[in-house]
Design a protein around this ligand. Structure first.
Ligand SMILES: *Cc1c(COP(=O)(O)O)cnc(C)c1O
Length: 404
């Protein structure tokens, strides 16, 4: 933890501050395990998103440290490439972007407002998503306390079927009426979130948008005229043109993962994870490898050990299941993945010695071929989704940023 003490202001008031964990920086890297982020691919993906978005504004979703890619660097790259704004889950994440010098609009979506949240929102011009009148009142109080004369802009969220956050459609009328009575806040956006845009069947998207239209009509009947209405995540952006509205909120697409269904989209994975072999051994048929001896060699085998384990985000579910790339060809993970180390079978890769490059995620070209390991493939092995794979790369793995 990087502990930031709250600084006394000259007038004795405490400056708003939130703490954040520190991720390993390139300068900390001793072992060769690292994530390389291709900034050119981020820009390429933004272009693809823009093309699909048409006239809609693009707000890149950078929650969870930019899906594990490092939010500040990703935000700087996308801001320079002309993105319209950013969405994050937490106020802390918005603060991190402001401290990194990001001036673009920032929308906080998770509804988790505690402690210093409202002070940060007001001071740093972060736009909160609100659906709870209690939150609106707390924010209004903060705006008054800080002597602001201009109202603070907020977006209002409607739950049209996600069952997670947002105002129930049946209560939109009375809740908006209460919020409208607070001169300290101004509703500039209406939003909802789609539950099934990345499923094969997307009929539900139309149903959710209908409910959203009705909620919008209620708002308009009260004289609330939002500047923007938005609903689309990555999958909806590419697959459901009706969901694009005035603004889109792609996350995963910016990092190069395309929707599972629908037309193919030319996106480029932004993250590559590579390491190097630290040790090798030759074992006999019948010898076992790793905790619990869950792998036993069927033949004389060469086993290589790599310095990456489940504490780095290489899921233990990949034990005896996942694959990595060595010399451009696949090698199987053997035995149980341990906390810091993983063993791979390189019997069919000639002369693997310590120092040989191993790619855990992304492409590799070598003397035995060219191949790539995708986040979707890893997700398939571990019974999860690409979002989980990318956000699981732990802060112990330094991120290196590459201009192509
Ligand atoms: C995460 C999230 C998004 C982005 O979703 P992707 O599928 O990664 O594009 C958009 N809106 C909300 C409310 C989210 O929570």
């Amino acid at each position: 933890m990087q502990v930031k003490l709250r600084e006394e202001q000259p007038d004795g008031e405490l400056a708003p501050r939130v703490l954040r964990p520190r991720r390993a920086a390139p300068a900390d890297a001793v072992r060769p395990t690292r994530a390389e982020i291709n900034l050119g691919h981020l820009r390429h993906n933004l272009k693809a998103v823009r093309r699909a978005a048409g006239k809609a504004r693009v707000f890149g979703v950078l929650k969870a440290d930019g899906y594990g890619h490092g939010a500040p660097a990703v935000a700087r790259t996308l801001e320079r490439a002309g993105i319209d704004g950013f969405c994050v889950a937490l106020v802390e994440e918005g603060v991190e972007l402001r401290e990194a010098g990001i001036g673009a609009p920032i929308l906080v979506m998770s509804g988790a407002y505690y402690g210093q949240a409202w002070a940060e929102v007001v001071e740093r011009q972060i736009t909160p998503v609100i659906f709870d009148p209690g939150h609106a009142e707390s924010l209004a109080r903060e705006v008054r306390m800080r002597g602001r004369t201009a109202p603070t802009p907020v977006h209002f969220k409607v739950d049209t079927g996600m069952g997670r956050l947002g105002c129930d459609p049946s209560r939109v009328g009375p809740v908006l009426e209460r919020m409208r009575a607070m001169p300290e806040i101004r509703i500039v956006g209406l939003m909802t979130h789609l539950a099934c845009a990345d499923e094969e069947q997307i009929d539900s998207v139309g149903m959710q948008l209908d409910l959203f239209d009705r909620a919008t009509a209620v708002a308009r009947s009260q004289g609330i005229e939002p500047e923007v209405r938005h609903a689309a995540n990555s999958a909806a952006l590419f697959r459901a043109s009706a969901a694009r509205l005035d603004l889109v909120r792609p996350g995963i697409a910016l990092f190069g993962i395309a929707p599972r269904y629908g037309a193919r989209v030319d996106l480029r994975p932004a993250m590559k994870i590579r390491t190097e072999v630290v040790a090798t051994r030759d074992i006999r048929a019948g010898d076992a490898v790793g905790y619990g001896w869950t792998f036993r060699a069927a033949r004389q085998s060469r086993i290589a050990t790599i310095p990456m384990g489940y504490a780095d985000g290489l899921s233990r579910h990949l034990s005896n299941r996942g694959e990595v790339l060595v010399m451009g060809r696949r090698a199987r993970i053997v035995g149980n993945v341990s906390m810091n180390l993983t063993m791979i079978d390189v019997t069919d890769h000639p002369d693997v010695e310590p120092g040989e490059e191993v790619v855990v995620l992304g492409p590799q070209q070598g003397k035995l071929g060219t191949d790539a390991i995708t986040a979707e493939e890893i997700a398939g092995h571990v019974g999860s989704i690409a979002w989980d794979v990318l956000t699981s790369v732990s802060r112990r793995v330094p991120r290196f940023y590459r201009e192509p």
